[in-house]
Design a protein around this ligand. Structure first.
Ligand SMILES: NC(=O)c1ccc[n+]([C@@H]2O[C@H](COP(=O)([O-])OP(=O)(O)OC[C@H]3O[C@@H](n4cnc5c(N)ncnc54)[C@H](OP(=O)(O)O)[C@@H]3O)[C@@H](O)[C@H]2O)c1
Length: 296
């Protein structure tokens, strides 16, 4: 069996179209443009490239975007002051502090300072709590993107055995909460693996839908995939590659070539979950703008 490759760019393009239409309608109804402000601390090249991708996507769908760049020497107080200023700016509907932050900054304190109604990354405890309670306001964009891809691909999630490798606040945990809910693209039986899992392969081999978010290449090998499973690879790692101009290439968590022969469908890296993450961020920004007008 050779798996179908799920094209994240194609699904993301559909979401972009929907958001573009939503932004146009919002402008007509409210005479305003949804706005996202990204705060980027330091000069990490991967973070810079993610932020540029977000800016480009916002421009494409008509969302106003601004990036506040600060040197990595910024203090906790200065960063929280910036966040609080954005909280009170009516032109800013979404605030995104690009993670990770330099070590001397307290990530949790910064996230907690964001107005939960502008927390388009869905990491504020209020939004994380609402998601766990089955009343999502903003869920993190990557899990939303994974779910949207599965829906778009007509994967029957109702009662499906889903195994997620990784339990992070950004991916594994919120994805678990999303897929456990009743409703379309969810109502699944979810198992979450982590470094404490005793026999991970035994767990993953039961998965109708296997989602890898461990963060290192080879975390999921072909023998860990059940024949016919749908495999979603969230992982993104840079591996040295002298044949590439930039000296590295991006790779996922899944041993792609091997899994391709076992799975029924699989996402590539790059071009799978990545574009969906950005697309669903746009959805969250539009949602934040709508919430801002209804709560005015
Ligand atoms: N494509 C995208 O848009 C996108 C977005 C976000 C993240 N990512 C990528 O997704 C990956 C995961 O990101 P993250 O933020 O969730 O990472 P993270 O915070 O480092 O979490 C990794 C998770 O994987 C688990 N894990 C690590 N090694 C394992 C092993 N050998 N066996 C079982 N579980 C293991 C960890 O378990 P413990 O909890 O026990 O430590 C942890 O829960 C990264 O490659 C990241 O770059 C991609």
């Amino acid at each position: 069996m050779t798996a179908r490759i799920i094209d994240g760019k194609e699904v993301a393009a559909k979401v972009h179209e929907e958001v573009t239409a939503g932004v146009t309608e919002f402008k007509e109804q409210h005479g305003a443009i949804p706005g996202l402000t990204v705060v980027l601390v330091g000069d990490d090249p991967a973070s810079l490239s993610y932020v540029k991708g977000k800016e480009r996507a916002c421009e494409k769908v008509g969302i106003a975007t601004e990036t506040i760049l600060r040197d990595s020497s910024i203090t906790q107080e200065e960063l929280i002051w910036i966040v609080k200023r954005l909280n009170t700016d009516p032109a800013v509907n979404g605030i995104l502090v690009q993670l990770p932050l330099p070590k001397h900054l307290d990530e949790d304190a910064v996230i907690h300072a964001i107005d939960p109604m502008k927390d388009v990354d869905g990491l504020h405890p209020e939004n994380a709590g609402l998601l766990m309670l089955g009343q999502p306001r903003f869920a993190p964009a990557t899990p939303l993107g994974v779910q949207r891809m599965l829906v778009q691909e007509n994967v029957d999630m109702n009662g499906a055995q889903v195994v997620i490798v990784g339990r992070s606040k950004l991916v594994g945990m919120p994805l678990t909460a999303l897929l456990l809910q009743k409703g379309i693209g969810a109502n699944s039986t979810v198992t979450v693996c982590h470094t404490g899992t005793k026999n991970m392969a035994a767990e993953t081999r039961r998965a109708d839908v296997l989602i890898a978010a461990a963060g290192f290449p080879g975390a999921v090998t072909a023998d860990m995939v059940k024949p016919g499973a749908v495999v979603i690879d969230v992982g993104v790692s840079r591996v040295e590659d002298s044949t590439r101009k930039r000296g590295y290439r991006l790779t996922g968590d899944v041993e792609f070539e091997g899994a391709l022969e076992v799975a029924s469908a699989i996402t590539p890296v790059p071009g799978g979950v990545g574009p969906m993450t950005i697309a669903m961020l746009l959805v969250n920004v539009l949602q934040a703008a709508k919430l801002a007008v209804t709560n005015r």
